[in-house]
Write a protein that binds this ligand. Structure first.
Ligand code: ADP
Ligand code: ASP
Ligand code: MG
Length: 410
C-alpha cells in the first residue's frame, strides 16, 4: 500500500466528462489498495476569468478581495470532484484550505505556505475516505483566504504530500511529462524521464509553467517524489510513464543543457535620466521591494553626462503598481521619465552541465544573432543564461536554440 497525493490541473478538470474521467482514475488507485488524497485546480479558464473581473473593476485592486474572488474556482472543482467520486462509489469529501488548515503568510495574491496540518487528511484517508482538497489556497494570519500565486495548486499538492508523508506526489496535467522545452512550441521536444530538482527549479523560475517554482523548491527541501504525467493517457498505477523530479546523482546521462524556457509574462521598465550617484539603485528598488514587487533582470546604462538610465524587468501583472510606486517616489529618485515595454519575452537555457562547460552563453548569442534577434538584456546564474528579446520572436528563438543545443528528438 502506498499513500499518494494526486493533483489535477485545470485542463484535467475542464468539464464534467473530464471530472468523471479523473474520478475513475482516482478510483483505480483506491482499488489498488492505496490511500489517496486529491488536490484540484479550478476548471480551465476559470481563474483567468476571475482575475480579469478584478482587473476590469480596478487595475490596482485590493489583494485580499482578489484572493476572495480567485480562490472560488478551486472551491467549485473540489465539491464537484467529491460528488463525481461519490457517484461511482468512492467515499470522498471536499476540503478548502482553511479547513485543513493550510496556513500562509500575509502576502495576499502570492502567499507562501507556512504550515500544513496533515492530521485531518491522514485520519480521513485511514477511514477509507478520499479527501479532495481545493488547491491554490490557504488561510492567512488575518484569518482570510490567501492564494499561492498562479499555478499554486502544484505547491498545495507538494505541501500536502509532505504533511501526510506521501510516497508520491503525482501531478496530472495536459502533457505526459517534463520536456526539454514547452512541447506546444517545439513539437519535437524530448520528454525527460528524469530531471534534477535544481534544473526543474531553475526552469520553473524562468517560465516553464509545468510546475510552479515553489512546488519544486518545497519538493527539494522536503524530499517529496514528484512525478508529472498526463491525465489523458491510459496508464495508471505503479508503472507510470511520466517524468520524475529527482536528485542530480540519480541521473545517469547528464546533458549540458537540460532545457529551454520562455516567459511572456514579463515587462521592461526604463527609468530615464536619474542622477548617477551612490544610493540611486536603493532609491529605485527599495520602494518596489517594500511594495512586494519582485524585480528580475537589471541593467544600468552609462550616460555621457552625470545621469544614467536604469532598466529592469518585472512580472507584467506588477507593471501598473510599479509605475504607481515609482511616480510616488519621483522626488527622491529624481528621474526624467519612465518608459515601459510590455512586449518583451525572456528566453532561458538551463543545465547543471554549465558549471563545468564553457560556451553555452556564446552559443546562445550566436544562434540568436543568426536569426537577427536583438538581445535587450542578459543575465546569468551558475546553471542558467537568460536573455530578454521582443516577444514576437519567442517561438523562433526557442526553436532555434532547441536545435542549436542538440535537444531535438531524433
Ligand atoms: P495545469 O493546468 O495542469 O497545471 P499548466 O498549463 O499549468 O497545466 O502546465 C502544463 C503546461 O506547461 C503544458 O501544457 C505545456 O504547454 C507547458 N510547459 C512549459 N514548459 C514545459 C516543459 N518543459 N515540459 C512540459 N510542459 C511544459
Ligand atoms: N487555478 C490557479 C491558476 O490558474 C492555480 C492552479 O491552477 O494551479 O493559477
Ligand atoms: Mg499549472
Amino acid at each position: 500500500m502506498s499513500r499518494i497525493v494526486m493533483k489535477f490541473g485545470g485542463t484535467s478538470v475542464a468539464d464534467l466528462d473530464r471530472i468523471r474521467n479523473v474520478a475513475r482514475r482516482v478510483k483505480r488507485e483506491v482499488e489498488a489498495g492505496n490511500e489517496v488524497a486529491v488536490v484540484v485546480s479550478a476548471m480551465s479558464g476559470v481563474t483567468n476569468q476571475l482575475v480579469a473581473y478584478c482587473q476590469q473593476l480596478s487595475p490596482l485592486h485590493d489583494a485580499r478581495e482578489y484572493d476572495a474572488v480567485v480562490a472560488t474556482g478551486e472551491n467549485v472543482t473540489s465539491g464537484l470532484m467529491a460528488i463525481a467520486l461519490q457517484e461511482i462509489g468512492v467515499d470522498a469529501r471536499s476540503w478548502q484550505g482553511w479547513q485543513i488548515p493550510l496556513r500562509t503568510d500575509d502576502q495576499h495574491g502570492k502567499a507562501r505556505i507556512e504550515s500544513v496540518d496533515g492530521n485531518l487528511l491522514i485520519q480521513r484517508m485511514q477511514m477509507g475516505e478520499v479527501p479532495v482538497v481545493a488547491g491554490f489556497q490557504g488561510i492567512g494570519p488575518d484569518n482570510r483566504v490567501a492564494t499561492l500565486g498562479r499555478g499554486g495548486s502544484d505547491t498545495s499538492a507538494v505541501a500536502l504530500a509532505a504533511a501526510v508523508k506521501a510516497d508520491r506526489c503525482d501531478i496530472y496535467t495536459d502533457v505526459d511529462g517534463i520536456y526539454t522545452t514547452d512541447p506546444r512550441i517545439v513539437p519535437n521536444a524530448r520528454k525527460l524521464p528524469r530531471i534534477a530538482y535544481e534544473e526543474m527549479l531553475e526552469l520553473a523560475s524562468v517560465g516553464a509553467k509545468v510546475l510552479q517554482t515553489r512546488s519544486v523548491e518545497l519538493a527539494m527541501k522536503e524530499r517529496v517524489r514528484v512525478q508529472v504525467l498526463s491525465s489523458f493517457a491510459d496508464a495508471d498505477g505503479g508503472d507510470l510513464p511520466g517524468s520524475l523530479v529527482v536528485d542530480e546523482d540519480e541521473i545517469v546521462e547528464k546533458e549540458i543543457v537540460a532545457g529551454i524556457a520562455y516567459s511572456r509574462d514579463e515587462a521592461k521598465v526604463t527609468v530615464r535620466r536619474v542622477p548617477d550617484r551612490p544610493g540611486i539603485a536603493a532609491n529605485i528598488f527599495g520602494p518596489l521591494s517594500e511594495a512586494g514587487i519582485n524585480v528580475d533582470m537589471i541593467v544600468q546604462n552609462i550616460a555621457a553626462d552625470s545621469t544614467t538610465d536604469m532598466t529592469f524587468t518585472l512580472s507584467r501583472t506588477d507593471l501598473p503598481r510599479a509605475q504607481a510606486v515609482l511616480e510616488a517616489h519621483r522626488d527622491t529618485i529624481g528621474f526624467a521619465e519612465i518608459l515601459s515595454d510590455p512586449s518583451v519575452a525572456k528566453i532561458s537555457v538551463v543545465g547543471v552541465g554549465m558549471r563545468s562547460h564553457a560556451g553555452v552563453a556564446a552559443t546562445m548569442f550566436k544562434t540568436l544573432a543568426a536569426k537577427s534577434i536583438n538581445i535587450q538584456v542578459i543575465s546569468t546564474s551558475e546553471i542558467k543564461v537568460s536573455v530578454l528579446i521582443g516577444s514576437d520572436y519567442t517561438e523562433l528563438a526557442v526553436r532555434a536554440l532547441h536545435t542549436a543545443y542538440g535537444l531535438d528528438a531524433a
